[in-house]
Design a binder for this molecule. Structure first.
Ligand SMILES: *[C@@H]1O[C@H](CO)[C@@H](O)[C@H](O)[C@H]1NC(C)=O
Ligand SMILES: *[C@@H]1O[C@H](CO)[C@@H](O)[C@H](O)[C@H]1NC(C)=O
Ligand SMILES: *[C@@H]1O[C@H](CO)[C@@H](O)[C@H](O)[C@H]1NC(C)=O
Ligand SMILES: *[C@@H]1O[C@H](CO)[C@@H](O)[C@H](O)[C@H]1NC(C)=O
Ligand SMILES: *[C@@H]1O[C@H](CO)[C@@H](O)[C@H](O)[C@H]1NC(C)=O
Ligand SMILES: *[C@@H]1O[C@H](CO)[C@@H](O)[C@H](O)[C@H]1NC(C)=O
Ligand SMILES: *[C@@H]1O[C@H](CO)[C@@H](O)[C@H](O)[C@H]1NC(C)=O
Ligand SMILES: *[C@@H]1O[C@H](CO)[C@@H](O)[C@H](O)[C@H]1NC(C)=O
Length: 252
């Protein structure tokens, strides 16, 4: 099976495969004005706003060894050719929840879906990966647009993780145990839509609900996370808003 789920950099070099929390490239670029989607908890101090070339969503950075698991639910969007874009082009995005991959790039563990249009064909695949190893598809899970999935990514320890995807429509679930020779730092928690180095499809809006991360000092949600938009060629490709503890990412 063909996956584009790759580190954007790797993709640029070889059009092959792998999911990834995108590189931190661009995360220290200029800040953007936060677009907070509503009032209820607006007094909470939020994190920074960041521009990224590759990912949009929410990320929390903490000291090494902080995060044990990360979870959230989202409704899987269908990918469409963006208005005005080449209808014969290929488009791909990953919607992932993960540990590390932002300030720690040696290894990271993440799971979610890749939504793509290849040669006019839409495809949606549930995947997980423990980078530096490549992505692994969940066997026996056939995801369709409109499914509400809950994803839980747990680091059993720095080199072993469990990823679980539950279909809220049916209660069906799939899980995988992934291991790595390269240890996690367990210092980033992310809820992200990622550019995989192809072109982004129009994914409408992805809302991460029930964001949660388990840390050594208890659970946290994305309320105080840093927010990142994808900005390419000085153009905003996404609009991220935070209605704690939900985070929504809209293709614009
Ligand atoms: C936000 O990002 C800055 C660096 O850009 C980092 O120092 C800070 O810890 C981050 N905040 C959160 C809540 O992750
Ligand atoms: C992930 O699943 C494990 C096992 O059920 C649970 O202990 C943990 O609290 C979950 N983590 C999150 C962030 O929901
Ligand atoms: C789209 O991807 C397919 C592989 O899935 C490839 O064969 C085809 O050449 C690509 N088309 C374009 C326009 O890049
Ligand atoms: C989830 O359930 C829906 C409704 O039964 C089904 O169409 C879909 O294929 C299921 N998806 C997964 C990921 O199991
Ligand atoms: C990490 O956890 C896995 C699964 O429980 C276990 O097999 C492995 O020995 C552990 N590794 C370390 C370094 O503790
Ligand atoms: C978060 O999303 C859930 C599920 O869609 C919704 O019920 C809840 O009202 C949302 N919370 C906020 C603060 O918007
Ligand atoms: C963005 O800019 C680069 C370099 O200036 C150019 O090669 C590329 O075609 C541009 N992409 C879009 C989508 O405009
Ligand atoms: C983020 O990128 C946009 C588009 O290039 C730019 O206008 C904006 O200034 C950047 N953010 C900040 C705070 O500079």
């Amino acid at each position: 099976m063909y996956f584009k789920f790759l580190l954007p950099l790797v993709l640029a070099l070889a059009a092959t495969t792998a999911v990834s929390l995108p590189s931190p490239q661009g995360r220290n670029e200029a800040r953007i004005a936060r677009r907070v989607g509503g009032a209820p908890r607006s007094l909470l101090k939020m994190g920074d706003e960041q521009n990224s070339t590759v990912f949009a969503g929410a990320v929390i950075n903490e000291p090494p060894g902080t995060f044990m698991s990360v979870s959230a639910s989202f409704k899987v969007p269908a990918p469409y050719v963006p208005e005005g874009a080449d209808p014969s082009g290929n488009y791909s995005a990953a919607i992932v929840i993960g540990i590390d991959g932002d300030t720690c790039l040696n290894a990271f563990l993440q799971a979610g879906v890749e939504i793509s249009i290849d040669d006019g064909q839409q495809s949606i695949t549930a995947l997980a990966e423990f980078v530096p190893a490549g992505p692994v598809a969940f066997s026996g899970i056939c995801v369709t647009a409109g499914d509400v999935l809950t994803v839980n990514v747990t680091a059993t320890n720095a080199t072993s993780g469990t990823v679980v995807i539950i279909n809220q429509s049916t209660g069906e679930s799939g899980y995988m145990i992934l291991t790595s020779d390269v240890p996690l730092c367990q210092q980033d928690a992310g809820w992200l839509v990622a550019d995989l180095g192809v072109s982004l499809p129009d994914f409408g809006t992805v809302i991460f609900t029930d964001t949660l991360a388990e840390t050594l000092s208890g659970p946290v949600d994305a309320s105080h996370a840093n927010i990142s938009d994808i900005v390419q060629n000085s153009t905003f490709i996404t609009s991220v808003s935070s209605l704690p503890p939900n985070v929504s990412v809209t293709f614009i």
